[in-house]
Design a protein around this ligand. Structure first.
Ligand code: AMP
Ligand code: TRP
Length: 390
């Protein structure tokens, strides 16, 4: 199958010049110690957990932006399987299949392995190691304040795992290992991104700068010691789609963990499933349809979904649907969602049906990810003063 052929152009070779004081300067990282080498391309990293199925919130909030950013950034997209076990009682029989499915959906949605490195988090051991090192620099109070932890812990009661509390530190490790400049996520992850920035800042002030410089000489990566150890990243959330809401309650977020299957549309749902879910979804009794009315969260959500699937502007959506009744709008929305998802589903099938293809992509992705991650982890160990193997 020619279209699926892996034409890997390694996009990560252009790199930094090895000057002092910038965590971006991982000269040996990509093999350049040359002072005239071009500046390193900016990097993007993100990931989705392989728990349950990937829904329109994941797709519009995150994955679609992976595709947009891969042309201009050095891209690393992982399936964060280590995050998927924080519930404390995951089903081991499902983890592998969900991990493959998530990676398959990245590719089917348009992530191109010739432009982006796609890999599985647990295939890069440095994620777990950096998480431990960051744990020891993270005050526990920072984690106890996380909204997602508080909500999940409330639901989990006494069974809450240490991993659930620690989850954002592992996420920080994912990002900081790659010195990512930008992290495309849905709005619900903004707080975790802020935490990542705080952790990076704390490590830099505890172990970077003059303290690191006093050790003299070069760090294992080849850069001079001193300056920032870690790069402080920025979040990227889309203008529309950063918070897709539930079909059964327009004021709560569409989520994998909602036991009501009718609350979300999954990327791999059949036309029949999509049609049934939209038919039953919550509406209101107002006349017409509108954006921006706080009393009409369902109208806001379903019009936005229509906008995202059709690529129309808000004005165009209102011109087309503003005077419609729900009974007229729902079939239109159904058709738009099915039409948007159908090519993705077709590609997904092709990808999963080609023996060895996905495995090859993930192997190449992990090779590249390990290469970059190992350079960061060695420098972090160095800054923290660990005795290095010689
Ligand atoms: P998760 O399902 O928690 O692994 O989330 C993976 C990505 O999807 C993250 O970037 C989330 O911020 C994003 N995401 C999850 N749910 C939604 C939603 N309802 N709307 C927009 N983005 C979402
Ligand atoms: N915590 C994210 C979520 O639940 C998933 C995630 C883990 C992630 N590591 C990441 C997202 C690194 C972006 C970057 O949605």
């Amino acid at each position: 199958m020619r279209r699926l052929c892996r034409a890997r152009t390694v996009t990560t070779r252009a790199n930094a010049d090895g000057t002092d004081g910038d965590a971006r300067d991982d000269a040996a990282d990509e093999g350049s110690g040359d002072a005239k080498a071009p500046a390193r391309r900016k990097r993007v990293l993100s990931g989705v957990q392989p728990t349950g199925s990937i829904h329109l919130g994941n797709y519009f909030g995150a994955i679609r932006n992976y595709v947009k950013l891969q042309d201009d950034y050095d891209a690393f997209y992982c399936v964060v399987d280590l995050h998927a076990i924080t519930s404390g009682a995951h089903d081991p029989r499902e983890l592998e299949a969900s991990t493959r499915m998530s990676a398959g959906i990245y590719l089917a949605a348009g992530v191109d392995p010739s432009k982006a490195n796609v890999f599985v988090q647990s295939h890069v051991p440095a994620h777990s190691e950096l998480a431990w090192l960051l744990n020891c620099a993270t005050p526990i109070g920072w984690l106890e304040k996380m909204i997602q932890f508080k909500e999940k812990a409330r639901k989990a009661g006494e069974d809450v795992s240490v991993g659930l509390l620690d989850y954002p530190v592992l996420m920080a490790a994912d990002i900081l290992l790659y010195k990512a400049d930008l992290v495309p996520v849905g709005e619900d992850q903004r707080q975790h991104l802020e935490l990542t920035r705080d952790i990076a800042g704390r490590v830099n002030s505890l172990y970077g700068g003059k303290k690191w410089k006093k050790m003299k000489g070069k760090a294992p990566s080849g850069r001079s010691r001193g300056g920032d150890v870690l790069l402080v990243p920025e979040a990227f959330t889309p203008k529309e789609g950063g918070r897709v809401m539930s079909l059964t309650d327009g004021s709560s977020k569409m989520s994998k963990s909602n036991p009501a299957e009718g609350s979300r549309i999954n990327v791999l749902d059949t036309p029949d499933e999509i049609s049934k879910k939209i038919k039953r979804c919550k509406t209101d009794t107002f006349e017409g349809l509108e954006f921006g009315n706080p009393e009409r969260p369902e109208s806001q959500n379903l019009l936005t979904m229509y906008q995202l699937c059709t690529g129309l502007s808000q004005e165009e959506v209102i011109a087309e649907c503003g005077t419609m009744r729900w009974g007229d709008f729902k079939p239109k929305l159904t058709e738009a969602v099915i039409e948007h998802l159908s090519p993705i589903q077709g590609r997904y099938k092709e990808i999963m049906d080609e023996p060895g293809y996905l495995e090859g992509v993930l192997r190449d992705g992990a090779d590249k990810a390990n290469e970059v991650a190992n350079i960061t982890i060695r420098d972090v160990r160095d800054a923290l003063g660990f005795y290095q193997p010689r």
